[in-house]
Write a protein that binds this ligand. Structure first.
Ligand SMILES: C[S@@+](CC[C@H](N)C(=O)[O-])C[C@H]1O[C@@H](n2cnc3c(N)ncnc32)[C@H](O)[C@@H]1O
Length: 257
């Protein structure tokens, strides 16, 4: 096979299928060559698996919202204080690391828009420029109902429609509706990758963490160090702090140099 048809570790970044080939492919782990076609087929297969995951997630969130309404429990939070504590942890990091005074933040997995309400009510965050995205059209309808004069701030999607300063994810990857840990971790990193490309300064997200990554009752628990290692390898220096007032939750910041 001519050398140009061989992909080795270092070359994967050139291709759209980066997450699947760079992170979860057995051949890549063993450092053996794979072809571009193999990589593209695997990427396509993985996209189909991701789409199936999203259909299950969308159904679960839609049913929950219909049953409980636009309140913390309606997006599976235990209560409002842990929801707000997560927002505060993320935004205080943005304030600390942002090189610009009024950062544009994209809330990926915005649910019914609770983060915008928190930003508008909290003087130290009020000058942040907000946009919210969610894969679930029912969630976006709840946002546009609640913020009827700011509808343009919300859209169905998994990444911002244009460049922003930071992408934020609060609880976005907790509920997973799969028992396949590798698949879920790959899904998270594929989503972060899409947002990384559209973020000027970085990503801030929270995950529930445990000593060993696992999925229990459809909730994903990350291994803090394993997440840092993979995020640092794919993106850059990654820092973690235990989310104040939320047991087991960790807020991660991945900043561009
Ligand atoms: C636990 S809720 C949290 C909602 C909101 N961040 C909050 O704290 O109130 C997670 C939300 O993320 C959305 N979501 C899940 N995966 C997503 C993805 N890959 N991209 C965008 N939204 C996603 C779900 O539809 C759901 O509305």
């Amino acid at each position: 096979m001519p050398p140009s048809r061989l992909l080795r570790d270092r070359d994967y970044t050139q291709f759209a299928c980066l997450p699947v080939c760079q992170t979860s492919d057995e051949n890549a782990r063993e450092n053996s060559p794979i072809t571009e076609t193999t990589c593209q087929k695997r990427a396509m297969f993985q996209r189909m698996k991701f789409a199936a995951l999203e259909r299950r997630l969308t159904r679960a969130y839609k049913d929950r919202l219909a049953a409980l309404g636009a309140v913390p429990k309606g997006v599976f939070w235990r209560n409002q204080s842990t929801q707000i504590a997560r927002f505060d942890a993320m935004l205080s990091i943005v304030r600390k690391i942002s090189p610009v005074a009024h950062p544009a933040v994209a809330d990926i997995g915005c649910g019914y828009g609770a983060l915008l309400e928190f930003i508008q009510k909290t003087p130290r965050y009020q000058t942040m420029r907000y946009s919210g995205y969610d894969i679930n059209a029912a969630m976006i309808s709840a946002c546009t109902d609640q913020f009827a004069d700011q509808k343009e701030l919300f859209a169905v999607g998994k990444y911002p429609s244009g460049a922003v300063d930071f992408c934020l994810f609060s609880g976005t990857f907790n509920l997973c509706h799969t028992t396949n840990l590798d698949l879920w971790e790959d899904y998270i990193f594929a989503n972060l990758q899409d947002c990384w490309q559209r973020s000027r300064y970085g990503l801030v997200l929270n995950l529930l963490c445990a000593p060993k990554s696992h999925i229990k009752n459809q909730i994903f628990y990350a291994d803090r160090q394993k997440f840092i290692t993979r995020a640092s390898r794919l993106f850059g220096p990654t820092h973690a702090v235990s989310t104040p007032h939320v047991t087991g939750d960790v807020t991660f910041a991945i900043a561009k140099p």
